[in-house]
Design a protein around this ligand. Structure first.
Ligand SMILES: [Zn+2]
Length: 288
């Protein structure tokens, strides 16, 4: 994959987006800047990543964040915590998973053991070793978040607000999203991605259908995904939601016959994304 360094971009009046990077799987980070305070969305994949973001804000003269909130427990979203001198916040289930990860060995040998024991997946460790060498991983100091919350948290940043709300989903049951109503921006983390911890990757009806209803209800205009180098506009994400719903409607009509389902998708003029969803949805349907 093509290497693109993370860059800071203003995407709305109050939101600055630090783009994701696929080589080491660095996710999107963001800052929401109000008259009173600034909040950081995500903590960062490594101390290096977190510091680069804080430095990029400084270079643009953007006030430093006073809080950082992780979207979910996966390493790339919070292993930069040691570079923070401000309070880190996490949803309760996220914090519980952080505590679990703090007990692991991050040496090369330790990572191999984590994968062998099934507590981490190769996709994650393969990227982690590019983001941080063995010495950096062994010196990495993970700590618990300073503030743990349940359900929902609202920040008044002065002239702009940020609503942090648990939404769950297949990718990680602890996923929270951040909505900035004044700018109509929804920072999604990885919540709309499939379950990658139980191979093959898949979606389940019971999780993805309620999730997309929740995501739609915000009425956002711009959607920041954890690992998408493009901001999604409302019509683009609506198209994804439409394909997901259509896949389930077709399964209800035709059963799990893959050839029939693909033919029905073709008749609906479905694009490549729809066929990708179908594949991961079928895996989930066949599991239950
Ligand atoms: Zn994730």
């Amino acid at each position: 994959m093509e290497y693109q360094p993370c860059t800071l971009q203003q995407i709305s009046e109050h939101v600055y987006w630090f783009t994701p990077e696929s080589r080491t799987d660095r996710p999107s980070l963001a800052a929401v800047v109000g008259e009173k305070s600034t909040i950081m969305l995500e903590i960062g994949a490594s101390p290096k990543h977190t510091r680069e973001f804080l430095q990029a804000l400084k270079e643009k003269g953007i006030p430093s964040p006073q809080f950082a909130v992780a979207t979910h427990w996966h390493w790339d979203h919070w292993f930069g915590i040691d570079a923070l001198t401000i309070p880190a916040l996490a949803y309760r289930e996220t914090a519980e998973n952080m505590r679990r990860q703090m007990g692991y060995d991050f040496s090369d040998k330790g990572l191999a053991e984590q994968v062998a024991q099934g507590v981490e997946i190769a996709f994650c460790t393969e990227h982690m070793v590019i983001e941080m060498n063995e010495t950096e991983r062994q010196n990495m100091r993970l700590r618990m978040p300073d503030i743990v919350f349940d359900g929902r948290l609202d920040f008044d940043l002065g002239g702009v607000s940020c609503q942090i709300e648990h939404v769950g989903g297949d990718h990680a049951s602890d996923s929270v999203v951040m909505f900035i109503p004044e700018d109509k921006v929804l920072f999604m983390g990885d919540c709309f991605y499939p379950n990658i911890y139980e191979e093959p990757r898949h979606y389940t009806r019971l999780k993805v259908i309620p999730l997309i209803s929740k995501l739609e209800a915000y009425g956002a205009k711009q959607f920041i995904e954890g690992h998408n180098t493009q901001i999604l506009q409302a019509d683009e994400i609506q198209q994804y939601f439409k394909w997901v719903r259509l896949c389930y409607a077709l399964i209800d009509k035709h059963g799990l016959d893959e050839a029939k389902l693909k033919e029905a998708l073709r008749q609906a003029n479905a694009d490549e994304d729809a066929f990708d969803f179908l594949e991961e949805i079928l895996v989930g349907e066949k599991r239950d």
